[in-house]
Design a protein around this ligand. Structure first.
Ligand SMILES: Nc1ncnc2c1ncn2[C@@H]1O[C@H](COP(=O)(O)OP(=O)(O)O)[C@@H](O)[C@H]1O
Ligand SMILES: [Mg+2]
Length: 300
């Protein structure tokens, strides 16, 4: 019998989702092994051990964390990905954890992203030149999460304020994006295995320009059009994620959709959000189960 390792968040309805996953995998004669948190894994000559399970002997590993991952956990995930199939595949997942690399690959493939710039802090004149060119820009940690650590720079004076701080922290490069003029709402499009699953939006809180829930934003109901769905499917395939939450905003100035980021761990709808009308969880679970089945099937 095939064995699928699972690490799934439990809060916000994650436990209910996991139970459905487990039941549907068993229906397909795949034995689910839950609770495999790579945060507590270790490796030796025998393999990568987690909760007494040799991870390298599994047929597939499905990892679905909520929240921030530790460096050690990502490292183990990447290593494990060289031996067994993981969902998401660890290569695409690591790519989308990096905002610069993600925007690079999307841009090279012709997908519209924000204008971005990465450069040395030893060359601050280039940073000031971008400020003059863009007018308003966003400073972001390359591997940031939940809107944290970002700064909106509205003029040269705000950049002057940030520079001494940047020179103190241990950061190899400075990453910046042109501030996209938008109505402070976004679209989150869920994709699994190249198929559209669901759409909702987020609206920034009164005091913030960021739509993240952790920055005071809230979920809104939103119908996607064909253009935005096609854009999300294309963007997910460019980065190679099997499961993707594609965040898109509408650039008011240039009148076009822009892919802002691609999330490799897009949360399922919480029970409260399901009450609001976000009804894609079952479809998403079904698609993920079919994906796990296909990927773990060595005879195919
Ligand atoms: N270039 C930009 N122009 C305008 N708004 C932006 C830009 N980049 C980010 N934002 C706002 O900040 C939020 C968080 O940015 P994002 O790049 O998604 O980082 P995180 O990974 O922390 O969510 C976005 O949802 C959006 O509302
Ligand atoms: Mg985001």
């Amino acid at each position: 019998m095939r064995r699928a390792g699972i690490w799934m968040y439990a809060n916000g309805g994650g436990d209910v989702v996991q139970q459905k996953l487990v039941d549907r995998l068993r229906e397909r004669e795949i034995e689910p092994i839950t609770g495999l948190d790579l945060r507590f894994a270790y490796g030796d000559n025998a393999g990568i051990l987690c909760n007494g399970i040799d991870m390298c002997e599994l047929d597939v590993f499905f990892s679905y964390n909520a929240g921030e991952q530790t460096v050690a956990q990502l490292y183990m995930y990447e290593t494990l990905g060289s031996y067994i199939p993981t969902v998401n595949n660890s290569q695409a997942f690591m790519l989308t954890e990096d905002k610069f690399r993600t925007n690079m690959i999307l841009s090279q493939a012709g997908v519209k992203t924000s204008d971005f710039f990465i450069g040395h802090r030893e060359k601050p004149e280039m940073i000031y030149a971008k400020m003059d060119e863009w007018g308003k820009m966003v400073f972001k940690p390359i591997d940031g999460w939940g809107g944290a650590g970002m700064a909106l720079l509205e003029n040269r004076a705000s950049l002057d304020m940030l520079m001494p701080f940047l020179n103190q922290i241990d950061m190899r490069h400075i990453y910046l994006e042109r501030f996209i003029k938008n109505d402070f709402t976004d679209y989150r499009i869920d994709i699994v295995d190249g198929e559209y699953i669901g759409c909702y939006g987020r609206k920034a809180g009164n005091r913030d320009w960021r739509t993240n829930i952790t920055s005071g934003g809230s979920v809104i109901l939103r119908e996607p059009d064909d253009e935005i769905v096609a854009l999300a499917i294309h963007a997910a395939s460019v980065v190679g994620l099997e499961i993707a939450g594609v965040d898109i905003i509408y650039d008011i100035e240039h009148e076009e959709y822009v892919v802002l980021e691609i999330n490799g761990l897009p949360a399922f709808a919480t029970p409260e959000q399901e009450t609001m009308g976000l009804d894609f969880n079952d479809k998403k679970i079904d698609k993920i189960v079919a994906l796990i089945d296909r990927i773990s099937n060595k005879n195919q």
